[in-house]
Structure formats: structure tokens, C-alpha cells
Write a protein that binds this ligand. Structure first.
Ligand SMILES: *[C@@H]1O[C@H](CO)[C@@H](O)[C@H](O)[C@H]1NC(C)=O
Ligand SMILES: *[C@@H]1O[C@H](CO)[C@@H](O)[C@H](O)[C@H]1NC(C)=O
Ligand SMILES: *[C@@H]1O[C@H](CO)[C@@H](O)[C@H](O)[C@H]1NC(C)=O
Ligand SMILES: *[C@@H]1O[C@H](CO)[C@@H](O)[C@H](O)[C@H]1NC(C)=O
Ligand SMILES: *[C@@H]1O[C@H](CO)[C@@H](O)[C@H](O)[C@H]1NC(C)=O
Ligand SMILES: *[C@@H]1O[C@H](CO)[C@@H](O)[C@H](O)[C@H]1NC(C)=O
Ligand SMILES: *[C@@H]1O[C@H](CO)[C@@H](O)[C@H](O)[C@H]1NC(C)=O
Ligand SMILES: *[C@@H]1O[C@H](CO)[C@@H](O)[C@H](O)[C@H]1NC(C)=O
Length: 314
């Protein structure tokens, strides 16, 4: 009895995770056969003073991109190395990883993360575009000395990550923008961007579309931290970073409803006719829309506070 309850509960959990991380894949490739893929990390242990965690092997539907495999690893193991990885979105390239479990480029190293296949061949596209083949290993290597280009092509292939240019059948009109206090961030507020997308499109896809459409625009090169089971959390937009020292945090702001949401861009789905603002809340300034003082508050407190006046999911 007890076992079966636990079993069905785990099944439910498993389904919930699969649904979030692979929902879009499922829609498109219902019956794709499962393939086996391994994710492996590598760095100079002496230089970093950190052991290399064991590799992660899993089965995924054929056609799954590397990033969804990382996200699956993150959802399954919150203590594992793929939880809380950071990446920056570049139009045309996709997400490039900047840190994995806290390891990333710093002033005193020339090291960066590079991705290779099992034959040390460099992977030519972002993690959201690269599709590995059955039995392959993806090597994430943090190094100042990348493997030379050996003129071979990687074993997997790159898919286009950009959103289709045709208007979707059930299109809705959405507007996105950005706001901050121009006394704190000395950059002018960029223009709003309005577009038509399929209903149910999440904010991440809309931002990526804006970035892909205008690579010089303000939505290109945004950075996120990935939280296993929850998704991409905005930490910077075009170089304007959240900062715990000044209590600055990016939030999603629904301009019509005057409500703030945590910046998990793949969970948030703007509605038809809505205006969604990525808003940098700065601690020094009380936020006029809710009259609260954000100084010195961590995200948990922030979250609790906002749950009082709006729908909340934590
Ligand atoms: C993937 O490779 C494994 C081991 O070679 C094999 O057992 C499995 O059938 C392959 N999967 C598909 C979908 O071909
Ligand atoms: C690893 O780092 C150590 C210390 O920085 C250095 O002496 C050594 O040459 C490095 N090893 C490799 C293989 O790069
Ligand atoms: C996976 O999909 C690719 C592209 O559609 C195909 O070439 C390959 O044979 C498939 N692999 C398996 C194991 O089904
Ligand atoms: C992640 O980094 C922390 C801090 O360096 C370390 O204690 C932990 O073991 C790392 N986790 C994995 C899975 O490597
Ligand atoms: C990849 O490079 C490493 C380090 O140079 C080497 O030990 C390994 O044999 C290489 N693997 C392949 C398949 O070339
Ligand atoms: C790679 O290809 C280029 C030209 O396409 C050639 O000049 C170069 O020598 C090749 N390098 C290796 C390591 O084969
Ligand atoms: C992006 O940031 C850079 C550097 O601060 C700035 O020069 C540029 O105008 C910004 N781009 C947009 C579109 O806001
Ligand atoms: C916000 O709260 C901090 C202490 O938590 C206080 O020092 C600061 O003056 C407050 N700011 C405003 C605008 O009320």
C-alpha cells in the first residue's frame, strides 16, 4: 500500500518534470525513439581545487537538444552540477554557458566553457540547438586552452532555435519592454516591442524572438540562471545585472494588472493584448506599484511578500 502510494507519487513527480522540460518536444515528436546520452565535465583539478563530479547518463527522445538534457539533469538532482548553471542568449547562436555550479570566467583566468563531442570535436552551436546522436557524450570543458579545431564536424547536428517567421494560426498580440530607474541605471529606457505569437507562448520565446529579429536591440544578450524544475531566471538584460549589493533584481511586471512576478521567463505566458515589462527593481527606491521596500530582502522574503497581493507559485 505504502509503496504503491510512493510509487505513484514518484511517477507523478516524474511526469511533472518531463512535462516542463520536454513539453514542446513531446508535441512535435510524440513517438521519437529513446537514445542514450552522457554529459561529462572536465577541468584542471589542480588549478580549480574542485573534484570533477561523475558524469550523467540518461535516455531522452531522439531529437532532444543538449540544453533540455542539462535541464533534465538539473531537475533530477538539485545537488548535481547542472543545477544553477548560467548562460547568456545570443541571437543566432542560442544559449552559451557562462558558469556551471559556480565555475565560470573570472578576471584571473582566461578559461571559458567549451562543448565537445566524444571525439573532442567542438560543438558549433548553442546548447538549445545541438542535437546529439545515440550513445554520444557531450563534454563540457572549462579551459584556457581549447582543443584545436581538427576540421571534423561534430557527430550530432544543429537545429535552428529561432522562432518561425510565419504568423501562427491562433496568434495573439503581445508587447514586451524594459524599465529601470534611470537615476540608478544610466541608460535610456528602450522602446517597447510588439509582435504576434501563438497563444500560450512563454516570455522566453518572445524575448528570443525579439533578440533574433533585432540583434542590436535591447533584448539580445540577456543572462539567466537555470533552476532545476523551474526554468530560466533573468539575471541581466543587455549587461544590466541584478546586484545583491544594491538590492537590484529583475522582475516580470504585468503593466495592465500592475503585478510583479519572479523572472522565470519560461513559466510566464503573456496574454493577448498584454504589456509585459522586464523591470529592474532597485532596493534604494521603493517600488511605486506595490509600495514595498525591497532593501535587504532576499528572494524568499520578496516572494512571500508579493504572494500577499498576487497569484504566486512558490
Ligand atoms: C541506442 O544505442 C543503444 C546501444 O547501442 C541501442 O541498444 C538502442 O537500441 C539504440 N536506440 C535506438 C533508438 O536506436
Ligand atoms: C593545471 O593547473 C596547474 C596549476 O595551475 C598547472 O601547473 C598545470 O600545468 C595545469 N595542467 C594542465 C594539464 O593544464
Ligand atoms: C535520430 O534522428 C535523426 C534525425 O532525424 C536520425 O538521423 C537518426 O537515425 C535517429 N536515431 C535513432 C537512433 O533513431
Ligand atoms: C558545486 O560546487 C560546490 C562549491 O564549490 C561544491 O561544494 C559541490 O561539491 C559542487 N557540486 C558538484 C556536484 O560538483
Ligand atoms: C580528447 O583529448 C584528450 C586530452 O587531450 C585525450 O586524452 C583523449 O584521448 C582525446 N579523445 C579523443 C577521442 O580524441
Ligand atoms: C583544416 O582545413 C584547412 C582548410 O580547410 C586547412 O588549411 C588546414 O590545414 C586543416 N587543418 C587540419 C588540422 O587538418
Ligand atoms: C546595450 O548596452 C550597451 C552597453 O551599455 C549600450 O551601449 C546599448 O545602447 C544597449 N543597447 C540597447 C538597445 O539598449
Ligand atoms: C528600506 O528599508 C531599509 C532597512 O531595511 C531602510 O534602511 C531604508 O531607509 C528603507 N527605505 C525606504 C525608502 O523606506
Amino acid at each position: 500500500m505504502k509503496t504503491s502510494i510512493i510509487a505513484s507519487f514518484s511517477l507523478l513527480l516524474f511526469c511533472a518534470f518531463s512535462r516542463t522540460s520536454q513539453a514542446h518536444l513531446r508535441e512535435r515528436r510524440e513517438a521519437a525513439p529513446e537514445i542514450t546520452v552522457t554529459l561529462k565535465l572536465d577541468w584542471n583539478v589542480t588549478a580549480l581545487g574542485k573534484p570533477i563530479p561523475p558524469s550523467y547518463t540518461t535516455m531522452v527522445p531522439n531529437g532532444t537538444v543538449v540544453m533540455d538534457i542539462m535541464n533534465k539533469a538539473a531537475a533530477e538532482d538539485k545537488e548535481g552540477p547542472f543545477n544553477l548553471y548560467e548562460s547568456t542568449y545570443y541571437a543566432g547562436l542560442g544559449y552559451l554557458i557562462t558558469t556551471i555550479n559556480g565555475t565560470g570566467h573570472s578576471q584571473n583566468t582566461n578559461s571559458y566553457w567549451y562543448k565537445y563531442d566524444e571525439e573532442n570535436v567542438s560543438i558549433p552551436c548553442g546548447g538549445d540547438s545541438y542535437v546529439p546522436h545515440n550513445g554520444s557524450t557531450i563534454l563540457f570543458r572549462f579551459t584556457a586552452d581549447p582543443y584545436p579545431n581538427n576540421n571534423k564536424s561534430a557527430n550530432g547536428y544543429c537545429v535552428s532555435h529561432s522562432t518561425p517567421s510565419q504568423e501562427p494560426p491562433s496568434a495573439i498580440t503581445v508587447t514586451i519592454g524594459m524599465e529601470w530607474n534611470t537615476d540608478v541605471v544610466k541608460k535610456s529606457i528602450p522602446a517597447l516591442y510588439t509582435t504576434k505569437v501563438a497563444s500560450n507562448t512563454n516570455l522566453k520565446e518572445i524575448i528570443n524572438k525579439a533578440a533574433d529579429k533585432n540583434t542590436k536591440g535591447p533584448f539580445n544578450k540577456y543572462s539567466t540562471t537555470y533552476y532545476g524544475g523551474q526554468g530560466h531566471f533573468i539575471t541581466a538584460m543587455n549587461g544590466t545585472k541584478e546586484d545583491s549589493k544594491t538590492d537590484s533584481y529583475w522582475m516580470i511586471y504585468d503593466k495592465k494588472a500592475k503585478k510583479l512576478f519572479k523572472p522565470f521567463v519560461d513559466q510566464y505566458k503573456p496574454q493577448d493584448g498584454s504589456t509585459t515589462i522586464l523591470k529592474l527593481i532597485t532596493g534604494q527606491e521603493p517600488d511605486p506599484s506595490c509600495g514595498c521596500n525591497f532593501t535587504g530582502m532576499g528572494l524568499v522574503v520578496l516572494c512571500l511578500l508579493i504572494s500577499v497581493e498576487t497569484l504566486w507559485f512558490c
